[in-house]
Design a protein around this ligand. Sequence first.
Ligand SMILES: [Zn+2]
Ligand SMILES: [Zn+2]
Length: 567
Amino acid sequence: MSNEKIAEMFYDIADMLEIEDVQWEPRAYRKAAMTISTLPVDIKQIYEQGKLMNLEGIGASISKSIEEYLKTGSMKKYTDLKKKYPIDFHIFRKIQGMGPKRAYVLYKKLGVRDIGDLKDALEKNKVRSLEGFGEKSQEQLKHNLQAFMKVKEERKMLGYVIDYFETLADKLRKSGFFDRVEIAGSARRMKETVGDLDILATSKRPEASMDFFTKMKEVSGIIVKGDTKTSVKLDVGINCDLRVVPDGSFGAAMQYFTGNKDHNVKLRKIAISKGLKLNEYGVFRGSKSIAGATEKEVYAVLDMEEMEPELRENMGEIEAAQKNSLPKVVGYDMILGDLHSHTKNSDGLNTLEEMVEAAAKLGFEYLAITDHSKGLRIANGLDEKRFMGLHKAIDKINEKSSVRVLKGVELEILKDGSLDLPAKTLRSMDIVIGALHQNTKMPRKELTNRVVKAIESGLITTVAHPTGRKIGEREAFDLDYQKIFETCSKNEVALEIDGFPDRSDLPFNMVKEAKAYGLIFTLGSDAHRKDQLRFIRMATAIARRGWLEKKDVINAMHYKDVLKLRR
Ligand SMILES: [Zn+2]
Ligand SMILES: [Zn+2]
């Protein structure tokens, strides 16, 4: 797919135009890039249907550039700019504090073109003497670079590639070469980021089936090809292993390749303690296989219940399975609505009507519109008056729509812990998600008190993306989370699980921790465009990975009960 390539070029163009102080255009390119990077289909297909300009944020000149690239494999505007700015913006964009203008200063003064140059310049303390940098920002950059290196570049956020993975697996299924095809590995566990894709299959014609696989258009390179295992590079920039296993071992292989590693190590030890041997082919007593065709029988001969893949993190699930006390985790199909989304009124891309229509298509019973409040200026936050207008529009939609639209706000928790909108406005809302977005680099105690004050106000219903982390980009807030959980519990305020892939916040391990405080949770896609409503699935996955059951999740309630809870 060219989607990712084109999106990256547009992001680069935006960065370079920003250096040139061009107004507006950078924004337009970024918008287009965002649209393209999250398209569920190949942009080439849209181009061939002549529908490029139907896409959000893609006008005549940008669609010409796309056409140019699809036809010629290059884009003049990009190439010309790139000659002037031979900088690896793609990587620098992922490092906090390396905006295009700073990257340009580092290039001009120190010749920094890529991450190696940057590392070098920082290690030699060359950055601090540059105008506009100084000792403090040099140290900050060092820190941010380290944080970036920790999340390896090859890892992908599952939310962005899961549909692609499933389409790929489906194509294999429908090819006629395979009897069974299943996704295993961390994607099956619904881990937030994945390093590669593992697919397991059975086939009566392994050789022909591997031929089919390596010739798929998604495959951009072959690493190794064999009858039982073939590894390829996919065009989304991730490797994929396809294994063809014997029918009788399929369950054992699914178990083995789903992992995670710690979970498997513990299982193997348990097998040994029972005088058995467990591997990817089955469970053996001596040389005799006693289980392997299904995962259920593998777990059963180890005296435990089979568990959901999302739980397999060695977080107590094995012990629970041995005692028949596994949680009945909330099902994907139990989620009736989405409690966090944005429209064009703040920083979203779609209108209220378009968001509601998309929610209807997904079969949601309800959708909370939670646009930003006025204090978040960069997101065009709404004041009291604009919220009143929005509420009128919502009332009108609710008269005829199959989707119940809930009135909400993603509310700035201000520097001193006070709230960004008057109590009267907040009381008119169905859901109030208190959020930290600005001035978050406070001492731990101060920042904690700020959130505590907001929770104790009696005016917010949920704490948005509680840790504020962005994967590979920004670390969690320095908060006393135990205190936050306690205060939420005491004040009957929910915690949010934000399913936007970059956020995935609360993280699943903290969800499990927070649940122990008796907390309830709201799930939100944090969609800023209609197609991002699909991220509610990722929020649900985190809930499952955090052991939440139906009763722990507000989104599993019908809207009337959600409103009752509010009162
Ligand atoms: Zn937010
Ligand atoms: Zn949001």
